[in-house]
Design a protein around this ligand. Sequence first.
Ligand SMILES: Cc1cc2nc3c(=O)[nH]c(=O)nc-3n(C[C@H](O)[C@H](O)[C@H](O)COP(=O)(O)OP(=O)(O)OC[C@H]3O[C@@H](n4cnc5c(N)ncnc54)[C@H](O)[C@@H]3O)c2cc1C
Length: 404
Amino acid sequence: MTKSIIVVGGGLVGTSTAYHAAKAGLDVTLIEQKHVAHGASGRNPGFVWLHCRNPGWALDISLKGVELLRQLRQDLPVPFEFRQEGGLIYFTQESQRKVMEEFVELRSRHGLDMDLIDTHAVKEKVPALRDDVLGASFCANDAQIKTPTVVAALAAGAVAHGARIHERLPVTKLLRSGDAVVGVRTPDGDFYADVVVVATGAWTEHFMRDALGLEVRVGRERLQVMATEKLPRSVGPITYGPETAKVYTLFRDLPSWNEEAFTSDIERELGHTMLTLAAQRADGEILLGCPIDYPGHVDLRPTLDGLGAISKTIARDFPSLADAAIDRVWAGVLPFTSDMVPIVDFASPGLFLAAGHVFGNSSGPMTGKVVAQMLLGEETDVDMHETRWDRPLDPIVPGKTVVW
Ligand SMILES: Cc1cc2nc3c(=O)[nH]c(=O)nc-3n(C[C@H](O)[C@H](O)[C@H](O)COP(=O)(O)OP(=O)(O)OC[C@H]3O[C@@H](n4cnc5c(N)ncnc54)[C@H](O)[C@@H]3O)c2cc1C
């Protein structure tokens, strides 16, 4: 029976695990190398994106994840930003229409509240978009969070239930006794617990190799972001551009899929795949993105050509933002596995992995709840068959494009 845990990593997954485990009565220590929300959880534009989640575990946990976020707003001791105005993928070419129609039809069959909306409806929801936008897939289930505020609220909730959080303390080694992991080594000394939960996101592959000599196939995908100054409201739902369809298997498997039609001249010219997006936070700032690449290590630096790709794409599709002042730019690195489902399971006695969340906004908080249930031997809210440690996963190849 698990009585005490150490959580390594203070992102959505780690802080949610700490909160739910502490609430359930476990003795919890969370250790974060920098500060909570230093990783992807503090750097993403907050899309709680059900629109393109694959049927099965991904969609199940994401639907429950939205409900959990709503519940956490009542339960956590400090507030966080959450709103559910839906999400859309707009399109601007007639050659994209058939694919969008097929996509909406498919997702409605998967149970999502989805419509194909016309120019007028798109412009009403997102006035900042170009006037010649043709339409969009719109999903009412999508929601938006300001992720650093969610992490901070989960951390505060964990502490309120007795968890200890150590920041600016890297874990350098996992300590073993025979086959079992029994604790962690840090510059401030060793910590021991019944179970160590590794929630190190995109750092996992290198961390596990260095700390234990174990190969854990979790890759790294870098996305770059710009934030404008605070502006009057002009982006309602979370908004993706047409290029984004390329990164989703659900689109690529449609009968009319045509990659050329969803590849922009800017992508061809600059050599970046774009996850074209815009999201406006409650305070008015608009987050804009995102070129994608696959670094060999967690590289949190934005690049000149990446930021150039955002500027050109956004100026093309959101002409009213072309002269908006930019307040900040940054990059974040997402973890992923070859089947796009994280590993959430015991890897050996005393070692629990909770890593590889490529869509952690919708699945991360819920993962923490399920990890606590698994540690306590309770029935889980979501079937966790797909997240098993012993399933076959492909090795990570830096630079190789992946689709979700
Ligand atoms: C630009 C961008 C856009 C995104 N868009 C979406 C989206 O639309 N929808 C969605 O659902 N998700 C999105 N994501 C992904 C989402 O952010 C991640 O899935 C989620 O944040 C992963 O959470 P995590 O807790 O696993 O990892 P992280 O938040 O990265 O947390 C891992 C933590 O572990 C810490 N750590 C690492 N090594 C050590 C060590 N040795 N010792 C101690 N601590 C350590 C790190 O400092 C870090 O804080 C996006 C991410 C980015 C960057």
